[in-house]
Design a protein around this ligand. Structure first.
Ligand code: MCN
Length: 703
């Protein structure tokens, strides 16, 4: 990628390629009265509306979390009857070039009858999702509490903003009746399953290929509705059809993240022991339930017991419909929300008790594992006290200076990773190379390096001699996908198992070829050596017959954790926030590659900083997006990034052969909570929600 040799989706130009552009609704809520299709526009090949898809393509499926009630409001591929958010696709135009497709799209005339939109989730009584859970004697704990503290905390909607926007290229080969979808996606599995559902075509008739991907951050998980339309168009035309969205489309039509608020109450006794938590989480889910829309609020709910020994917890989640683009997973996907809601409440409780927030945490940290949380998760391992100690060591509290308010904040987190399964195939190819097919595929994490390293360590070969192949459903074994920081834990464990099995096969084959007992064969840098010193190189072994092992690893959930600390400075006169220092301590179990893992933490932390400093997907009262470009939606630049001191605590997970847990989201989980607590500290204990814009902080200081 650094040398520019990557091939991203929009680098693909197969012969005969046709281009897809969408006609998108300018209204947040309207009835579609009619759609008139232009005739004879230059280069125009086809126009598709909802009517053309009837009986041929279903809306996207909805994934419902266990125990949740979800409305049957799936996202249609093209608006039928009504449009429910500004930017929703109403018609699709295929033409000989992207420019001609966009020109023709402008000639499509849609007659709308405007309807009242809902912009404010508090004004919506249309429920799309409901989930609740309680464990332990919550009422008893609150009745016996000496104090109840907490408040209302909110995180705004965010845009994932990957450098490469979404896109897909579809081609139907009539001879083989095989539909191939190249897709800028986090993995092949979810687009394949979703496409199979949408088209009602068996998975065997589909192939999904994920080329190099320029970032996703959770936003390229399930199939995009537009990609399904590209597939239908390709089947109609018998030509490859490509859709590559522009930045504006990414802002208005790619699902957004966060957009949740919570009322949190903590019950405490007089010694600062946390007894129970109660949380009511409300999520602004937008106009429909996309496949993964229900997942983040549920994950936030399940993690509301945090890293504390509280014995009882009660959480409810309500997701309402608004006239905005739907939400979905964005890096952290419920984990940053849970950490933010709970950790801000812990700081508010510390203030109410006049207790040092660090001390309050120390009195309540879980120290024994496995630990069963009152919400039903079993935390496998951790050393929360060590994480906190290290974060405090690294952060160096700030000193007050006349012009500036200074604040220090800490936050802890527990996150879930792992779960479900991944698979791997390890083969000694005829040319002596070790080829590994992995069911998890990277989109910036560096799986090539990490998975090769896992294999190389077990086989005692140079990692450079290992070839990783992923991202093609025709080549890789089935799996679940790259999300929820699960690839190393689950996919890496599958690689480890496949490689261990291949090693066994190699030893067996070497024993046979060298005519020596297997227990006398040793594996070294040069190859396999018998007791008498005769050596077979791996290429000799391969020449005698290719060897191959396939393994599948089914994973329980693993629970990484961390402690973050921040020092901030707010300029009294302007309200301008500067984050001076950030300490990031994460426990992802055994770390496979410290350099890449630190890269993950830093990248995530900077996204968390963006969330604190400036990022917010805003809408006006008509539910029109008002931050749909980088001029209004401002990402952090290097200039805003403070020194970040990152360190790892390694509490190996007993649940997989690597001892690994997830690190891909840690930075986004810990940072907003720590910075928010530092801001509240600087403001003398007044809680404000991010983003901490100058006007918001100026008001907090001066009003
Ligand atoms: N790692 C390690 N040891 C561990 C765990 C992880 O060395 N015990 C390192 C490995 O180098 C691994 C990387 O950290 O390649 C991430 O591993 P893991 O935590 O298993 O997470 P995933 O590979 O499953 O990645 C998913 C995660 C998520 S959910 C989002 S969102 C995200 C993220 O990764 N999106 C990213 N990091 C991203 N990084 C980039 N550049 N681009 C994105 O879109």
């Amino acid at each position: 990628m650094l040398t520019g040799r990557s091939r991203f989706l929009d680098d693909l130009h197969p012969p005969g390629l046709a281009h897809l552009a969408f006609v998108r609704s300018p209204y947040a809520h309207a009835r579609v009265v009619s759609v008139s299709v232009p005739q004879g526009a230059p280069g125009l090949l086809a126009v598709l509306t909802a009517r053309d898809l009837e009986g041929r393509a279903r809306p996207l499926p909805i994934q419902v979390p266990e125990g949740a009630d979800a409305a049957d409001e799936p996202h249609p591929l093209l608006a039928a009857g009504d449009v429910r958010y500004a930017g929703q696709a109403v018609a699709a135009v295929v033409a000989e070039s992207r420019a001609l497709a966009e020109d023709a799209a402008e000639l499509v005339e849609v007659e709308y009858e405007e309807l009242d939109p809902i912009a404010d989730p508090a004004a919506s009584d249309l429920e799309l999702l409901r989930w609740q859970r309680s464990g332990g004697d919550v009422d008893g704990a609150f009745a016996s509490a000496d104090m109840v503290a907490g408040g209302r905390y909110a995180l705004p909607r965010l845009v994932a903003a990957p450098m490469e926007t979404r896109g897909a290229l579809a081609y139907h080969d009539p001879a083989r009746d095989l539909l191939t979808l190249w897709c800028s996606s986090q993995d092949t599995h979810r687009p394949l399953r979703n496409l199979s559902h949408v088209l009602d075509v068996p998975a065997e008739r589909l192939r999904v290929i994920v080329p190099d991907v320029g970032g996703a951050f959770g936003s390229k998980g399930p199939l995009a509705p537009e990609a399904a339309v590209a597939a239908v168009a390709a089947m109609d035309l018998g030509r490859p059809v490509k859709w590559a969205e522009d930045r504006y489309e990414n802002f208005v039509a790619s699902y957004q993240g966060r957009g949740m608020e919570a009322d949190v109450e903590l019950a405490l006794d007089g010694d600062g022991r946390m007894l129970a938590v109660r949380a009511r989480i409300r999520a602004d889910l937008g106009a429909y339930l996309l496949p993964a829309t229900a997942i983040p609020p549920h994950t936030a709910g399940m993690l509301m017991a945090g890293c504390y020994t509280l014995q009882a917890a009660e959480v409810s989640v309500t997701g309402v419909r608004t006239n905005k683009v739907p939400t979905g997973p964005y890096r952290g996907a419920g984990r940053p929300e849970a950490a933010y809601f709970l950790e801000c409440a812990v700081d508010d409780a510390a203030r109410a008790l006049s207790l040092d927030p660090v001390e309050l945490r120390r009195r309540n940290l879980i120290a024994e594992f496995p630990h069963r949380s009152p919400l039903g998760f079993t935390y496998d391992s951790g050393d929360y006290g060590r994480c906190l100690d290290l974060a405090l060591e690294l952060v160096e509290p700030g000193r007050a200076a006349g012009e500036h308010l200074i604040g220090t904040g800490v936050a802890m987190y527990v996150e879930r990773a792992g779960g479900s399964f991944e698979a791997a195939r390890a083969a000694l190819a005829a040319d002596g190379r070790l080829v590994i097919h992995s069911s998890t595929s990277p989109h910036g994490q560096g799986h090539d390096t990490t998975l090769a390293q896992i294999a190389a360590e077990r086989l005692h070969v140079d990692p450079a001699a290992i070839v990783l192949e992923f991202g093609d459903s025709a080549l890789v074994p089935g799996g679940t996908g790259t999300f929820g920081s699960r690839s190393v834990t689950v996919g890496g464990s599958a690689v480890a198992r496949a490689v261990d099995e291949l090693r066994e096969q190699c030893l067996r084959a070497a024993a046979r070829l060298l005519d020596a007992p297997q227990n006398e064969i040793s594996w070294g840098e040069d190859g396999l050596t018998a007791g008498d010193g005769r050596t077979l190189r791996l290429s000799d072994l391969a020449a005698a017959g290719a060897l191959e092992a396939v393994a599948r690893f089914e994973s329980e959930l693993v629970f990484g954790s961390g402690a973050y600390a921040a020092v901030v400075e707010i300029e009294r006169a302007t309200g301008r926030l500067t984050v001076r220092r950030l300490a990031a301590v994460d426990d992802a179990g055994t770390i496979v590659n410290p350099l890449l893992a630190e890269g993950q933490v830093l990248g995530g932390a900077v996204q968390g900083l963006g969330e604190c400093l400036s990022e917010e997907a805003t809408y006006d009262e008509q539910a029109q997006p008002t931050s749909a470009s980088f001029a209004d939606y401002s990402l952090p630049t290097a200039a805003e990034v403070p020194p970040i001191a990152a360190a790892f605590v390694e509490s190996p997970s007993p649940l997989n052969p690597l001892g690994a847990k997830g690190i891909g989201e840690g930075g986004t989980i810990g940072t907003p909570a720590a910075v928010s607590n530092a801001v509240a500290d600087a403001l003398g204990g007044r809680h404000v929600d991010p983003p901490f814009t100058e006007d918001k902080l100026w008001r907090a200081i001066h009003e």
